[in-house]
Design a protein around this ligand. Structure first.
Ligand code: NAD
Length: 487
């Protein structure tokens, strides 16, 4: 069966989802399909009163359902039933997401949705396996560390991989016994809302997951500053992360997990398998047209092999299959919005005006929709914004080095430290430099997240605070209590 579909036939749930019910809403932020710029819906903007209602619904659900107090295996079973239902409705979800986002339908059904399901199942397994610790104390006492859920977690997600970003938040928070008020990005809110509705159909208590739509300034700030929200879990830009910290500090004190931006280097040494490394570098910047926090946007390559590596990458960059996200043949994503397209074009244009050379790309694609050509820039000044700023598009900069120390100096970014790629056949060098790289994740002879959800993800420096995925994400959704009993 063909996966292609007509976007005009897709109905979207234009509403909030609170206490298990849709709250209809109409006017809001006008949304355009990235693939053809056609206006398709408005994203309603929840004000503080609606966020109050969502928090109250979450508190009631926790009180009345026994979600956090029943046998943990019941949480695990319920989350697996939800994952089963997402699997059964994969095509409906994928179509809603493909219509609105930059994710092509074939990739959604092959990666995003299977990964989302896997991540929910992965976190469900912690519910009845991860406990507290009995700790050594004086023999006239018994000391142990117990853990318990926070209560209501506030979650905020970006637009680039909407469903799996929601799973990163919902999976560990729910498995750990919390309820959630989640605000998806105003650019891509509807499939996330539909996925939350499926949870109620799967038997999760109504009100356990509440989805409020809206922007960051109004709805997002109402969530992060709400006194009923006990913990905040955020994924998005470093600027928004900083605004959230400020809002939390102004309105009280609460724990937060922040997964933020990046400007990640990919280091290729002359002893690497050059064709393999170039392929991984190219995929690391072209996946989702560079709209990934982990995009490997800075190629740092040993001078003696630079031209060979660049040659391979240019060849891969010339072979793209752009198209509408609802066409199953599409293999190259559009940019999310006209604004984002304009922002990346202005950074690249300014770099070229200052003397950089675009070996390929450097402009929007001449076709309908917000598409930008894969771009490779050389001859950049080290302080060029193309090197220092997160472009969030398919733009790869090239810098060369002569020895390890120079490579490390170029790899180091003053602000970001999300991830880094390292290509070498020398095992000692791989271990030595993995230790030196200032990044929350280092990939050696590969690039990009795998489906090993046990590996936590998170940034050094201003790329974040705390971790998503892994055991750490589960534990971050429970607070610990030290108990000492005199015997
Ligand atoms: P963004 O920061 O503009 O928005 C992300 C979310 O935060 C949206 O839901 C938005 O409405 C909300 N928001 C914005 N300002 C807010 C505020 N002051 N208070 C509360 N909420 C606010 O980011 P984006 O453009 O949606 O996503 C791209 C960014 O996300 C990039 O910087 C990318 O690197 C980052 N990202 C990071 C990771 C990671 O794991 N580190 C993963 C995906 C994306």
């Amino acid at each position: 069966m063909s996966l292609s579909f007509d976007p005009a036939t897709i109905a979207l749930p234009q509403a909030h989802f609170i206490g298990g019910e849709r709250i209809a809403a109409s006017d809001g932020i006008a949304l355009h399909r990235p693939s053809d710029c056609v206006a398709y819906a408005d994203c309603p903007v929840a004000e503080a009163d609606l966020v109050d209602r969502a928090v109250a619904a979450a508190q009631t659900a926790l009180k009345t359902s026994g979600w956090s107090t029943a046998r943990p295996r019941e949480r695990l079973n319920a989350l697996h039933r939800w994952a089963d239902l997402i699997e059964a409705e994969a095509v409906t979800l994928a179509r809603m997401e493909a219509l609105a986002s930059t994710r092509p339908i074939a990739e959604l059904l092959k990666f995003d949705i299977p990964v989302t399901i896997e991540q929910i199942r992965f976190f469900a397994e912690f519910a009845d396996k991860e406990g507290g610790d009995l700790v050594p104390t004086a023999s006239d006492s018994v000391g142990f560390i117990a853990t318990e859920p926070y209560g209501v977690v506030g979650a905020i997600t970006p637009w680039n991989f909407p469903l799996s970003m929601a799973a990163w938040k919902l999976g560990p928070a729910l498995a750990a016994g919390n309820a959630v008020v989640l605000k998806p990005s105003e650019m891509t809110p509807f499939a996330t809302l539909y996925m939350a509705e499926l949870s109620v159909k799967a038997g999760l208590p109504a009100g356990l997951i509440n989805i409020v739509l809206g922007d960051g300034r109004t709805t997002g700030a109402a969530i992060t500053g709400h006194p009923g929200i006990a913990k905040v879990s955020f994924t998005g830009s470093t600027g928004a992360g900083s605004a959230i910290m400020e809002n939390i500090a102004r309105t009280g004190v609460k724990p937060m997990t922040l997964e933020l931006g990046g400007k990640s280097p990919q280091l290729v040494f002359a002893d690497a398998d050059i064709a393999q490394a170039a392929g991984a570098v190219a995929r690391g910047i072209m996946a989702n047209a560079g709209q990934a926090c982990v995009a490997g946007s800075r190629l740092v390559v040993e001078a003696s092999v630079a031209e060979e590596v660049v040659g391979h990458i240019l060849k891969i960059m010339s072979d793209i299959r752009p198209g509408p996200t609802w066409d199953e043949a599409t293999g190259y994503a559009p940019i999310i919005s006209e604004r984002q397209l304009g922002r990346m074009a202005s950074i690249v244009d300014a770099a070229i005006a200052r003397g950089a050379r675009a070996r390929t790309g450097g402009q929007a694609l001449d076709r309908e929709g917000y598409f930008y050509a894969p771009t490779l820039l050389e001859g950049l000044a080290p302080d060029s914004p193309a090197i220092t700023e997160e472009i969030f598009g398919p733009v790869l900069t090239v810098q060369t080095f002569r020895d390890e120390d120079e490579a490390m100096a170029l790899a180091d970014h003053p602000t970001y430290g999300l991830c880094a790629g390292l290509y070498t056949r020398d095992l000692s060098r791989a271990l030595r430099l993995s230790n030196r790289l200032q990044a929350g994740t280092v990939w050696v002879n590969r690039y990009g997240r795998s489906r090993d959800h046990i590996l936590p993800t998170g940034g050094y420096k201003q790329s974040g605070l705390g971790k998503d995925l892994g055991r750490e994400a589960y534990l971050a959704n429970r607070k610990s209590k030290s108990i000492l009993i005199a015997v």
